[in-house]
Every structure is written in C-alpha cells, then in structure tokens.
Design a protein around this ligand. Structure first.
Ligand SMILES: Cc1cc2nc3c(=O)[nH]c(=O)nc-3n(C[C@H](O)[C@H](O)[C@H](O)COP(=O)(O)OP(=O)(O)OC[C@H]3O[C@@H](n4cnc5c(N)ncnc54)[C@H](O)[C@@H]3O)c2cc1C
Length: 470
C-alpha cells in the first residue's frame, strides 16, 4: 500500500533543489511531503547565488533568468519590483537572484493548499543514501546521526569542488598563500593589497576574483594563466532580447561527424557576421540543439571535442557581464594584468620573498619564471566524481548507487532523470538534477537549462507515481 502522504526528499537547496521543490509545491494535487535538505541554513542560494558581494553579477541577462520554465518573465518582474531601472538586458547582482529564489520558494510554500504538498526545510549534511529494503522506504543518513526516510530521493547536491592545479606538496608549501576554493574563502580576507596574484584559469571565476580584487582596492599585479590564454568574452550591452537565428537546418544539413558540423557552423556564422549579425546570437541559438547533438556524437568525437574545442566553447558560450569585462579591459590597459597561455611546472619559495612560478608557455619548449605572492585556483567546478572531497558523493560511488561517466563530466542519468547504478540499471526511487547532467546533455549548467530540467523531473516523478501533479 503506498503511504497516504508520500515523501520526496531533495538533497541540496541550491538552484536545482529549490526549483524542483517550487515545482512540486506548485503542482502537487494530492498530499505530499517535500523535504528540502541543505548542509547550511542558507537555502535557495547554492554555490552561485550565495555571494554577498554586490559586484558579483549574473552572467546571464535578467530577461533570461526566470526560475520557472513556464513563466519566462518571472525574474524580470521581481527585478523591476526591486529596482524599476532594471530591464531584460540588465546584469543584476547574484545575491538578488538568491533573494528571488528564496521568495519564490516561500510564495510556493504558502500558496500550496492542504490537499497539496507541504514543505519541510531540514538543515543537515547528508552522508549516505540507503536504498529501500524490507518494506521500508529509502533513507538518508546525516552527519549528526539523524536518519530521514523518503519514498523518492532527488540528488541535487550540485557541483563537485574544482580540482587543484597544484600537487599536495606544493599546496602545503604555499600554505595560506594558496586559495584552493575561492567561493568558500573570500579573497579580500587572505590577499594583501600589494600581493602579486596568480589566478589559475581565465574564465568566469577568474573574472569574479579580479572584480573582487578591484573592488577591494588591490594594488599588486594580477596574472591569469590558463591552458589556452583565451580572453573572456562579454555579452553585448543589451536592451532588447537577442535574435534567434535558424541553426537547426545548418546542423541537419551538415554531415554526421563533428568536423563536418563545425565546418558548416563556422561558414554560416562567418557569413552572418559579414552581414552584420552578432555571433553571440548564433551561439545562443545552438543551446536547445546541444543535448541532441552531444548525445549523437560518438565517444571518439566527444573526446576530440573536449581536447581541442572545449576551451573555445567555454569562452564563446559562457560569456561575462559587460561590467565585469570592463574591469578586465581596464586592468589590462593599465598594464596591471597579464593573460598568458601555458601550464604550471613548479612553484617554490623564492629567495627574495614570494614564490617562483616556473611555467611552460603553450607550444614552447623552454620555461619562464615569475614571482608571485598568492595563488588562486580559478578552474571551474569539476564534474569528476571520483576523488570528490564530498563524503556523500564518495559514499554514493562506493555503494554503486551512482556511476561517474567515462569523460569525467558528471554521472549517468537516463532520460527520466533516474540515476544509473554500477550495473547500468536505474532505480525508480533515485533521481538527479543539476549541472552533472552535463555528462548526458553537455549543456546543463545555466538557469535556462536547469529550470527546464527541474520542471521535467517533476513531470517524470508524477508519471512514475511519486506524486499526482497538475
Ligand atoms: C559562481 C557561479 C556563478 C554562476 N552564475 C550564473 C549566472 O549568472 N547565470 C546562470 O544561468 N548560471 C550561472 N551559474 C550556473 C548555475 O546557476 C549553477 O550551476 C546552478 O546554480 C547549480 O545549482 P545546483 O543547485 O545544482 O548546485 P549548487 O549551487 O552547487 O547547490 C547545491 C546545494 O547542495 C548543498 N549540498 C551539497 N552536498 C550536500 C550534502 N551532502 N548534504 C546537504 N546539502 C548538500 C550545497 O550546500 C548547496 O546548497 C553560475 C555558477 C557558478 C558556480
């Protein structure tokens, strides 16, 4: 007999977990308990929207940041309520987005009727998940010894912490001069204002850190070192919504190989730019097609893409706010910022103070040297589950409940968001939503995709009988 009031337990209250809870609260038409478990009491923030700095802005315009797939202007209305000057093209502070998510969750909670879903927020760190057994539902074991039971569990624990670009011995030598995870250790607290700073990586995290240093009045030089040395690309300042050029026919008309499709895209976009169109619109138009395109690629083409094209894709696709880009350009024009392509070879204490960085420029044989005082890991959050520092992820892998994909992008999840186990079987009670869907879809880390995944997951849960939804 199914319970009169089944429970869906969501592990993680970042965007993915919160958006799933909101959808359940809005749609459930029969009694349902929704338990939202988060390791800190700051619900509805997660890694991206927990920053308190006003200068850390969204890298997607407000008009495309609604948390609700069926209400595209939801966030825009919230923005206008906060500040009437904001428009669809504004890049608003990320902490405003966190406040928006929190208010959305609260509104969905109070609007849910007695015959619908009931929300329970639980603060605690999940350590292990136990499958249903002996007639009892699945269980989540918490660090403080509590055990929560639920008929369905949604894993929404988000990102895996970034991998270190330095080995353990070098990190130990650097001690406090190394910031391994800048989202957990605010830079202003650990970087002296005159320090020569090395940012490893040149993507959106590096840009956020530069903006923080700029805001804190940092005076020392900043060096960005990344595999390719590609400069971050800005969104254009925009008041209007972007155009949506027809890209499906270009992909359909090209051959099945990665090489043929890229050639066709490059020619089409080149011709469009020559006509005065903006290349950004074409990259944006690819988004809905990317999952199908990624799934159709063979293993060898996927590997080729990751080896040769990923840095270019990341730069063109994950663009920054024009405001953040202006800081980058100002520092570069002042000669206080350098951006170089290469790999770290060694970092050792220097005789005159600081650390001697020896690095190999991309394509060069010889090494170059530079003295730095502080190193910040600005490589992106990882999808590599093996070796994750999270006890929950380690336990899920060790228990064979989740399986990392072969390319280190995330975990194996089927079309219904059911997690695949070590034997490739899916369990009807264990689902996943979040950026590790990258393994399945490639394009899965930003809100416009994640809001659709949250809504689709709730629809699948309803089909699976976990809840009765509108
Ligand atoms: C710095 C940054 C800026 C971004 N900016 C944008 C942007 O402007 N626009 C955009 O579209 N996208 C942006 N993104 C991408 C996107 O919004 C995020 O990838 C998305 O928010 C992911 O949400 P999530 O809930 O899956 O993961 P997370 O945000 O990582 O949240 C996971 C939550 O689970 C909790 N948790 C983890 N493990 C446990 C456990 N064992 N027990 C209990 N709780 C646990 C964590 O504490 C956290 O609250 C950004 C990403 C980052 C990292």
């Amino acid at each position: 007999m199914p319970p009169a009031r089944p429970t869906i337990l969501i592990i993680g209250a970042g965007f993915s977990g919160t958006a799933t809870a909101v959808q359940l609260l809005r749609q459930a038409r029969e009694p349902l308990d929704v338990v939202l478990l988060n390791e800190s009491g700051r619900m509805a923030r997660g890694l991206a929207y927990g920053t308190d700095s006003l200068e850390h802005v969204l890298n997607v315009p407000a008009g495309n940041m609604s948390a609700l797939a069926d209400d595209p202007d939801n966030f825009l209305r919230y923005c206008r309520w906060v500040d009437a000057r904001w428009h669809a093209g504004s890049f608003v502070p990320r902490r405003i987005y966190g406040a928006y998510l929190e208010s959305l969750l609260a509104a969905a909670e109070s609007a849910a009727g007695p015959q619908g879903a009931r929300l329970q927020r639980v603060v605690g760190r999940a350590l292990r998940v136990r499958p249903p057994a002996g007639g009892l539902p699945a269980a989540v074991l918490l660090e403080d010894g509590r055990e929560l039971r639920a008929e369905h569990i949604v894993l929404a624990f988000g990102h895996v912490a970034p991998e270190h670009p330095l080995d353990a011995a070098t990190r130990e030598q650097l001690g406090p001069a190394y910031t391994g995870d800048p989202w957990r250790q605010p830079l202003a607290e650990c970087v002296p204002p005159d320090a020569r700073v090395l940012l490893v990586g040149a993507g959106l995290t590096a840009l956020d850190m530069l903006v923080s240093l700029d805001r804190a009045g940092h005076r020392g030089p900043v060096h960005l070192l990344s595999r390719r040395g590609l400069a971050p690309q800005p969104h254009r300042p925009q008041r209007e919504r972007p155009a949506h050029p027809e890209v499906a026919s270009v992909l359909a008309g090209a051959g099945p190989t990665l090489r043929a499709q890229l050639r066709a895209l490059r020619q089409t976009i080149g011709a469009a730019v020559a006509r005065g169109e903006d290349w950004r619109d074409w990259i944006g138009a690819l988004r809905p097609h990317t999952p199908g395109w990624w799934r159709a690629l063979g293993a060898a083409d996927r590997r080729r893409f990751l080896r040769h094209l990923q840095p270019h894709w990341d730069t063109l696709r994950h663009r920054c706010a024009p405001e953040a880009h202006a800081v980058f350009e100002r520092w570069r024009a002042d000669g206080r910022l350098t951006l170089e392509a290469g790999r770290i070879v060694a970092l050792q204490p220097a005789a005159g103070g600081g650390f001697a960085l020896r690095w190999r420029p991309r394509g060069a044989v010889g090494l170059r040297e530079r003295i730095v005082d502080h190193v910040v890991n600005c490589t992106a959050p990882s999808g590599r589950l093996a070796g994750s520092a999270s006890p929950l992820v380690a336990a899920l892998c060790a228990d064979g409940l989740v399986v990392p994909d072969a390319l280190g992008l995330g975990l194996l999840v089927d079309a219904d968001y059911r997690v695949a186990d070590a034997q490739g079987r899916t369990a009807p009670w264990l689902h996943y939503v979040g950026p590790l869907l990258k393994a399945r879809d490639w394009e899965a880390t930003a809100i416009p995709e994640l809001r659709q995944h949250a809504a689709a997951l709730v629809a699948r849960l309803a089909v699976a009988g976990a809840c009765r939804c509108a």
